[in-house]
Design a binder for this molecule. Sequence first.
Ligand SMILES: NC(=O)c1ccc[n+]([C@@H]2O[C@H](COP(=O)([O-])OP(=O)(O)OC[C@H]3O[C@@H](n4cnc5c(N)ncnc54)[C@H](O)[C@@H]3O)[C@@H](O)[C@H]2O)c1
Length: 433
Amino acid sequence: MKMAEKFYALSRRGFLKSTSAAVMAGTLLPHMGLAKQPVGSTNTLKVGLIGCGGRGAGAASQALQADPNVVLTAMGDVFQDRLDESYNALVEMYPDKVKVDKTHRFIGFDAYKKVIDSDVDVVLLATPPAFRPDHMMAAIEAGKHAFCEKPVAIDAPGVRKVLAAAKKAKEKKVSVVSGFCFRYDYPKRALFQKILNGEIGEIKHVYTVRNGEQLWSKPRQAGWTDMEYQLRNWLYYDWLSGDFITEMMVHSLDLMSWALGDKNPISATGTGGRQSRVDAIYGNAYDHFAVEYDYGKGVKGIHFSRQQDGCSTTNRLEVAGTKGNAFIGSGKHEISGKVNWHYSGEKNDMYQTEHDELFASVRNGKPMNDGEVMARSSMLGVLGRMVAYTGQTITWEDALNSNVALSPAIDQYSWDLKWATAPVARPGITKAF
Ligand SMILES: NC(=O)c1ccc[n+]([C@@H]2O[C@H](COP(=O)([O-])OP(=O)(O)OC[C@H]3O[C@@H](n4cnc5c(N)ncnc54)[C@H](O)[C@@H]3O)[C@@H](O)[C@H]2O)c1
């Protein structure tokens, strides 16, 4: 398969939209750690990509289509092959918009700094999530607008760093847009507006379920250190991914939070484990979770998920209110009860809309800030993992104030670093704090 075909799904508009718009000279304004594009400017917006995997290449493609005058000028990754693969795909799709010369293709654990320092306006953060808080903070401190893939953190210290970075973004007047893409989906926006307007009454319960199959893993190659092996298989290491409730199911938890008005729960209780995905190649990740989030006054959010082959699959959200129910699943967005409604309006590509709105905010000088929402939704995943791993009921306050960091400090990473992956958690034995 040709590279461009492989990555074609990354592009809503594909080659047709790949324009020959001139790549203009950069802005003349001095860079002082503040957003440098004057409001209404049509100057070229330069984009840097940090984490050049599948989603990173997708985000770059969407960024390049979001505005008539955007170019990709810097890329960073820890692996040359991953960067090359994405670069080759993107340059084939957008020959006039990918202007990343060899000196701006950075490899290594400090590649993020080099991308950020390379005079870009917008950075796209799409590494495994353990790195996100530090990458985001560095980007915001340098006055860059940031697109931050979900989740934005895998532990409480990371969530607090993201909150601090989001606050700083407001001071610096730069945009922070999250990869919680369902927030950018028109059908979901219409449905949640109705829920939040009270059309199904007061919300009593939200149930989310996402049962899927096992995901990819990469066989160990000769010469790989433990760090390389684990980074290439980052999904299965809690200290890189946060486990799959934090890494993937966080989308469902984000919808749950949205339906409940984006308030913090009081506490959570849960369980989980691994039954199918038991081989050493699956690191210390679980393959199923079930968590109850207690929002007080009898209001609960209940989440259930698994990644096990050979089982039934589903992906649904059900919201029970005092006057009716809301449902998302199988492509449907519906309300039933006192009001009966289903979405029949315009459908959009939510991944593209994220970038359309981000770049519009940069152009019109009205910074967006998804910081608090993306931090809370990520923390729901962290709390879910904590209660499932330990078997304890844990309050939101205790979880958020925890100083337990799962990963090495950002400047400790090296290919020879032997990071002791925790054993597979055992409820009742594993400690949270
Ligand atoms: N919003 C969505 O629907 C969606 C879909 C897929 C993935 N994601 C999220 O996007 C992120 C990336 O996922 P992916 O599927 O692209 O994974 P991936 O493994 O394909 O890509 C990750 C890339 O980051 C690189 N990387 C790892 N550590 C790095 C570091 N310290 N500095 C720079 N680069 C580093 C890897 O080499 C790899 O190229 C994850 O947080 C994932 O949860 C979101």
